[in-house]
Design a binder for this molecule. Structure first.
Ligand code: ATP
Length: 365
C-alpha cells in the first residue's frame, strides 16, 4: 500500500525500534493531516526523540514503514526528505552569521544567490530577526538563536517541520511567550508540524492533537480536551494534569457501585465497566476538581478533614487537606469559595461525580 491520501501528510505504521534490549519505540501508528500540529508528549526516555529521528531519517526503524505525502520514506536519506528539524540545542553553525545559517540549506540546494537573499529576507521578517542578519550565534541570545534555528528550518519550505524540545533551553517566561508566538506563526504558515515535549502546557499551547507516549508506546492520541477529560489509562491521567491518587474498595450502591475510599470519602462510580464489587481500586481526582465546604457533602459526610497547607500561587490557591493522615491536594481559583479556608480549618471535600476516575488497583488476571 502507499499509505497516503490527499489530506494526510505523514503516515507511520507499525514502527518499531530497539537499541539492544531497550525497545525504544513499540508498534507506533500515527497519521498527521496537512497543516496539523501534533505533540509527542511523555516523560524522559519514553521514545519521543527516537520516533522523531526515525521520521527525520536520522535513525532507521527495525520494522514498520512511514510515508510522507504517500511516498515511502524508508529508503530516502534525511537530506532528501523535505522535512525541517529544530533541535533543543539549536545546532547552529558557529562560523556562519544569522543570514548564513538561514541560507545554508538553500545553498546546498544550489539556489541562485539572488533568490537565496530574497528567501532569507522573507524568513528574517517572519521570525523578527531584522537587524541581526550579520551576527554570529555567539552574539545572539538563546531566544534569538532559537528563532534562527526555526528560520533555517523554514527557509527550505519543508513539507513538514519537526521540533525536538526546541523551546526547552529558554527560561520560563521566554518559553511561554515563544510557545504562543510559534503556535500563531505555524498556524499562519499552515505547516504540518510534530513537536516533541515533556511539558504539558507547551503541548496544549501548540498542538491540535496530542500523542501521549510511555515506554515506547503511544498510549492515547487526541485533541487536548479529550486527553484531559477522557484519559484512557492511569498513566495518561496522572501525566496530564496533577492528580490525587486515593485507594479504596468498591461496594454496592443502589443498582450500581460506589467506592469507599480509605480516607473516608464515598465516591460514586459513573463508569463501572472495568469494576467488580469488593475489589481494590485507585481513585484519581484532579487537584482542580476538588472543592471545600464547611458543611458535609454527598461524598464526605463524616469526620471532616483539616487544612494542612494553604498557599497563594497567583491565579490559583494550593491547599492540602489532611484526611486521617492522607493528604488530598487541591488547586482552586484563588478568588473561589474554597480559597477562604486556611490552615487548621475543619472542612469537607466535594467532587463532581464525573470528575472521579476509578480504575482497578491491579489489572485483571
Ligand atoms: P528525553 O525526553 O529524555 O530526550 P525521549 O522520550 O526522547 O527522552 P529517547 O531519547 O527516544 O526518549 O530514548 C528512548 C529510549 O531509548 C531510552 O531508554 C534511551 O536510553 C534509549 N536510547 C535512545 N537512543 C539510544 C542509542 N543511540 N543507543 C542506545 N539506547 C538509546
Amino acid at each position: 500500500m502507499t499509505g497516503g491520501t490527499d489530506t494526510i501528510d505523514l503516515r507511520v505504521e507499525g514502527v518499531e525500534k530497539s537499541f539492544g534490549a531497550v525497545r525504544a519505540v513499540r508498534d507506533c501508528n500515527l497519521t498527521v493531516r496537512r497543516g496539523e500540529m501534533v505533540a509527542l508528549l511523555g516523560p524522559s526516555g519514553c521514545g519521543k526523540t527516537t520516533l522523531l529521528n526515525i521520521i527525520a531519517g536520522f535513525e532507521s526503524c527495525d520494522s514498520g514503514d512511514l510515508w510522507l505525502r504517500g511516498e515511502s520514506l524508508r529508503d530516502i536519506p534525511p537530506n532528501h526528505r523535505n522535512i525541517g528539524m529544530v533541535f533543543q540545542n539549536y545546532a547552529l553553525f558557529p562560523h556562519l552569521t544569522t543570514a548564513g545559517n538561514i541560507g545554508y540549506g538553500l545553498g546546498i540546494r544550489r539556489m541562485p544567490a539572488g533568490e537565496i537573499r530574497a528567501r532569507v529576507a522573507e524568513v528574517v521578517d517572519l521570525l523578527k530577526l531584522n537587524g541581526l542578519e550579520g551576527r554570529y550565534p555567539s552574539e545572539l541570545s538563546g531566544g534569538q538563536q532559537q528563532r534562527v534555528a526555526i528560520a533555517r528550518a523554514l527557509a527550505v519550505r519543508p513539507v513538514m517541520l519537526l521540533l525536538d524540545e526546541a523551546l526547552s533551553a529558554l527560561d520560563k517566561n521566554l518559553r511561554e511567550q515563544m510557545q504562543v508566538e510559534l503556535s500563531i506563526l505555524l498556524r499562519q504558515l499552515g505547516i504540518t508540524t510534530i513537536i516533541v515535549t515533556h511539558d504539558q502546557r507547551e503541548a496544549f499551547t501548540i498542538a491540535d492533537r496530542i500523542a501521549v507516549m510511555s515506554d515506547g508506546e503511544i498510549l492515547q492520541i487526541g485533541p487536548p480536551e479529550a486527553i484531559y477529560s477522557d484519559p484512557k489509562s492511569s498513566f495518561v491521567l496522572e501525566f496530564v494534569g496533577s492528580a490525587n491518587t486515593l485507594r479504596g474498595v468498591t461496594a454496592a450502591a443502589g443498582s450500581g457501585l460506589a467506592v469507599k475510599a480509605d480516607c473516608g470519602l464515598t465516591l460514586p462510580v459513573t463508569d463501572d465497566r472495568l469494576l467488580q464489587r469488593g475489589k481494590r481500586v485507585n481513585i484519581y481526582v484532579r487537584a482542580e476538581d476538588i472543592e471545600l465546604s464547611s458543611e458535609p457533602t454527598s461524598v464526605h459526610r463524616d469526620n471532616p478533614g483539616t487544612v494542612s497547607l494553604a498557599r497563594f500561587m497567583g491565579a490559583t490557591k494550593r491547599q492540602a487537606i489532611d484526611l486521617g493522615g492522607e493528604q488530598v491536594v487541591l488547586d482552586g481559583p484563588s478568588s473561589g469559595a474554597s480559597a477562604r479556608f486556611d490552615v487548621g480549618d475543619r472542612v469537607y471535600i466535594d467532587i463532581a461525580p464525573e470528575r472521579c476516575y476509578v480504575l482497578p488497583a491491579e489489572p485483571p488476571a
